[in-house]
Design a protein around this ligand. Structure first.
Ligand code: SF4
Length: 227
């Protein structure tokens, strides 16, 4: 905990007040394999496109490690096509499935201590820090604070955090150092950030007039009071 703790918890409370009733695909819980697959497929695309690919994988009975690993590469590419960059993403899924296989099962992989799991994920082709942390916190249910472009957008507008940089680790350290090491808090905080960025703190024309953070937000858009 440090001097930023009260501000971050106040923001959390207000985000919760605004967005708690909304559903989010990985909160409060989700199938661990779907989380892992989704966190790879969502790279460089929207969740809506990922949903299309997940639906095809589900219909094909491929949303479990052995079934997906048994698919011919061309078939996997076809199924993940709605998420874009489908050849590359099919290869990334293949690399992740090899990691799973090398540990015997997904359960065994996800049961590794968070730091070790993160290290092995990051050593896997196609998995970067954001993807690895999403798997740790939402699939393995262990503490990891996910940072993404939404996090940096919102907190830069609020003028809180290492706003001079886009470095993933600097931003992550800022939150981890200030918040209790509580998996549920970290998981829910990121979920609320995503919901806020999608519904109110949008890239263009943020809906500041509906935002409970407007009173403390230097980046508030004076014209952004209407939907
Ligand atoms: S006041 Fe506007 S810019 Fe600031 S956090 Fe809220 S929606 Fe985003």
């Amino acid at each position: 905990m440090n001097g930023h703790t009260p501000a971050l918890m106040e923001i959390y409370g207000r985000l919760d007040a605004m967005h708690a009733p909304r559903g989010w695909h990985w909160w409060p819980d989700a199938d661990p394999f779907e989380v892992c697959v989704g966190s790879i497929l969502v790279q460089n695309t929207s969740w809506t496109n990922v949903e299309g690919a997940l639906a095809l994988l589900r219909d094909a009975g491929a949303l479990n490690p052995p079934a997906m690993a048994a698919l011919p590469p061309a078939r996997l590419e076809e199924l993940v096509r709605p998420s874009g960059q489908y050849r590359q993403k099919a290869r990334k899924l293949g690399a992740f499935l090899a990691l799973v296989e090398s540990h015997g099962s997904l359960e065994a992989l996800l049961a590794l201590p968070a730091a070790e799991l993160r290290e092995r994920l990051l050593a896997t082709w196609g998995i970067g820090p954001e993807t690895a942390d999403a798997m740790v916190v939402y699939a393995a249910c262990q503490p990891a604070f996910v940072v993404d472009a939404y996090t940096q957008r919102i907190f830069s507008r609020l003028a809180i955090g290492p706003t001079h940089t886009a470095d993933y680790h600097e931003w992550q350290h800022f939150f981890v150092a200030a918040l209790e090491p509580d998996r549920d808090l970290w998981a829910r905080y990121h979920a609320l950030i995503v919901m806020h960025a999608k519904h109110l703190c949008r890239k263009q024309r943020p809906r500041c007039g509906e935002c409970l953070l407007a009173g403390r937000c230097p980046g508030r858009d004076p014209e952004g009071s209407t939907p």
